[in-house]
Design a protein around this ligand. Sequence first.
Ligand code: E4P
Length: 215
Amino acid sequence: MEFFLDTGLIEEIKEAAKWGIIDGVTTNPTLIAKTGRKQQDVIKEICAIIDGPISAEVIATDVDGMISEGKELAKIHPNVVIKLPMTIAGITALKWFSDNKIKTNLTLVFSSNQALLAAKNGATYVSPFIGRLDDIGHDGMALIDEIRRVFDNYGFQTKILAASIRHSTHVRDAALAGADVSTMPISVVKALFMHPLTDKGLASFLADHAKSQLK
Ligand code: E4P
């Protein structure tokens, strides 16, 4: 499974990049707004830190506007992936980007039918939002299962990018369900490393080592 960091904050990206496990970055208009900077500048800086897919989302809601914004974003760096919303306009613009060999990420996906539409028009990634489904009492992980089955039934190469991840159990379950990528905030990446028995075991090993040094 690939790990993407879900943030626009450069300090977080620099910190996590050192661990060697981050394959890419996803942003959205909310995450970019938190930086207080222009999207173009943030994306350019991220591309200089992480050598992998970097998702940048269009703001336009009409096809021509999405294509024109996406073209500009794609000029920033070859690793930029154009994030399009799951609307009729988004799926229509997706066809243009696929025909022009520009990588895409269809976002705000909440059903396997939406994922199927994105795969049909050649999306590179599809982003089902697990946490937001859980928030309204639905089963976000069941959606990953469904999309995996649909894509495997027809041999679609579109990658399933599990998004809106809230905790480390989401990452485990997405991996078990066969998601290709998990994108997560840095707090969730850090939680993946943690287990109380690891801490307890290490403390005990170090204590035993210290005692043996006294003899
Ligand atoms: C990433 O591509 C998504 O935009 C992000 O994971 C959404 O997460 P949220 O539901 O926590 O805002």
